[in-house]
Each structure stands twice: as C-alpha cells, then as structure tokens.
Design a protein around this ligand. Structure first.
Ligand SMILES: *[C@@H]1O[C@H](CO)[C@@H](O)[C@H](O)[C@H]1NC(C)=O
Ligand SMILES: *[C@@H]1O[C@H](CO)[C@@H](O)[C@H](O)[C@H]1NC(C)=O
Length: 272
C-alpha cells in the first residue's frame, strides 16, 4: 500500500490525467486547485485507510475514530470476537456524485436502475444508489425518483461533508460517472476520486474518458441498457476475486498505488 500523501494523489491525478497532456499554462490552474484540495481534502483522505484485503473479509474503509456512517451499518456486521465484516446479505452500494447541472443526464442512471430492478434475478443483490452533491437539478431528480416504484433498488440523494465523501466513495462497490465534456479536455474529477478510493467505476463514454477509465479499473457505457448490463454483471460477482469485478477492483487498487507523489515531483521537474 502506498504511503503517498493523499492530497498529492489528488493533485497529481488532476495534473496528469486532467491537464497533464495539454499545456504548461494549465499548471497554475492545477496548482491553485491542488492547494485548495490540500486544504480541504488532504487530511480527510488520510482518514480513509483502505485495507487491501483480498478476501473482502474486513471493512474496506476504516474510520479513525468512533464515527460510523450509515453505509457502515448497512454493509457490515460485527462478528463474534468483535471483528467487523461485510454482511453476506448486503446490498450493492453504487455511488455517483454530481453538481446537478444539465451537463449530466441522470435519467440514464434512473433508467438503468429501473432495468436492474425488473431484470435482476433473485440471486443478484439489491442495490442502494447514493447520489451525492448540491445543485440546480437535484429537486427535479428527486421528483423523478419519487415517481418510480422499485422493489430491489433504493435511490437516495445526499449532501456529504468533505469528511464523509471519501469514506462513502471508498465504501462503495461501484462508482458511476455521467460526466460528459464537449471540449474533450476535462476528465471527471469524481472518477479520479472514486479510483483514488479504490472503487471501480462505470463512466459515461465521451471523447477522452479512456485516458482515465481504461477497462482495467472501470467500464464505459453509452446508454442506460449498457449501464444496466454492466451493473448486473458486476453485482453478480461482488465479493469474488476472480472474474470481472475482481479485476476491476485490482485495477482501481493499482490506480491508487501508483506513486503519484514521486510522479508529481518528476512532472514538476520537467517543467522547470
Ligand atoms: C446501447 O448501446 C449498445 C452498445 O453500444 C447498443 O448495442 C444498443 O443498441 C444501445 N441501445 C439503445 C437503446 O440505444
Ligand atoms: C507518471 O505515471 C504515469 C503512469 O504510470 C507515467 O505514464 C508517466 O510517465 C509518469 N510521469 C512522470 C513524469 O514520471
């Protein structure tokens, strides 16, 4: 497990993946962002210590103090002897984050979850989908959710504090990104966050998404039925190391473990 300063993980991920290939001028943008992230995120990421436990027998997210978030209760149970383990009957936790602008079409996620709800065979786990963020279209989305009547899928929205955000991302089985970019230059920060927490992603396909989501750490989709199929496929393999889900989990872990700190320093050297 890398000890790289998590704020650097984010800063470098931003630098490399978002702006790295484009222009020197972007460096200051990134640095400004980096120091902002350092202030608001750095310490929090240290709190999220993900256990590289191949058998999934432990919590993937360890809280440093007694605070336990709702996801914990839902996902874990305390065993005899006091150890904490993932519940066998736990739902699949799918997380998406957004600033609720018209750039992201959340009807794709709703439609995919509705397909999952009808198509999901009994052996597939129920899904809890948490959409986090503040923004103009949140109320509209919540109204759309209220119209659905789903039996095996629960959709909730939340505004998470900067402390809870990485904890919840790290607890999720899957992150979903609906980000698109007309410039083709700005990769979704939320995907960097998700992978940075070791969580595989399904990301909406647009021009340069494959620079970030490479088939090893996540999948890309172009429409709701494709996303529904991906969720079904992965849901059937939760907790197993072999197969597609296990591979993606390893890919996401590799993303985390890249020595971004050294990488960032080297990248800065190149621009001196
Ligand atoms: C969704 O995408 C898949 C894969 O690209 C394609 O085969 C399918 O026709 C699409 N479905 C719809 C409804 O557009
Ligand atoms: C940073 O890491 C990436 C991925 O491993 C690599 O392709 C790139 O060359 C590295 N950059 C520097 C400056 O070392």
């Amino acid at each position: 497990m890398s000890d790289a300063n998590p704020s650097c993980v984010l800063a470098v991920a931003l630098f490399e993946r978002v702006f790295g290939k484009t222009a020197y001028a972007h460096l200051c943008v990134t640095n400004a962002m980096a120091s902002d992230l350092r202030g608001s995120w750095g310490v929090r990421y240290l709190w999220t210590r993900l256990l590289a436990d191949p058998q999934f027998s432990s919590l993937r997210v360890v809280l440093p103090d007694s605070r336990q978030d709702a996801a914990d209760t839902l996902l874990t149970s305390r065993q005899k002897g006091g150890t904490v383990a993932l519940r066998k009957d736990r739902p699949m936790l799918v997380v998406s984050s957004t600033s609720w602008t018209a750039d992201e079409d959340f009807s794709i996620l709703l439609e995919a979850l509705a397909i999952y709800d009808t198509a999901a065979a009994a052996h597939l786990p129920p899904v809890v989908a948490l959409v986090t963020g503040k923004g103009p279209l949140r109320g509209f989305f919540e109204a759309e959710v209220a119209k659905l009547s789903l039996s095996r899928v629960k959709i909730v929205t939340a505004w998470l504090s900067a402390e809870d955000y990485p904890l919840v991302l790290g607890s999720a089985d899957l992150g979903v990104s609906l980000h698109t970019s007309s410039s083709g230059l700005d990769l979704p920060m939320k995907v960097v966050d998700m992978l940075g927490c070791g969580t595989p992603v399904c990301a909406f396909r647009f021009s340069c998404i494959d620079e970030l989501v490479d088939g090893q750490n996540g999948l890309v989709f172009g429409n709701a039925s494709e996303l529904a199929l991906q969720i079904q496929d992965l849901a059937g393999q939760l907790g197993r190391l072999d197969g597609r889900y296990g591979q993606l989990l390893q890919g996401a872990a590799q993303f985390r473990e890249t020595d971004w700190d050294a990488n960032y320093t080297r990248a800065l050297e190149l621009f001196k």
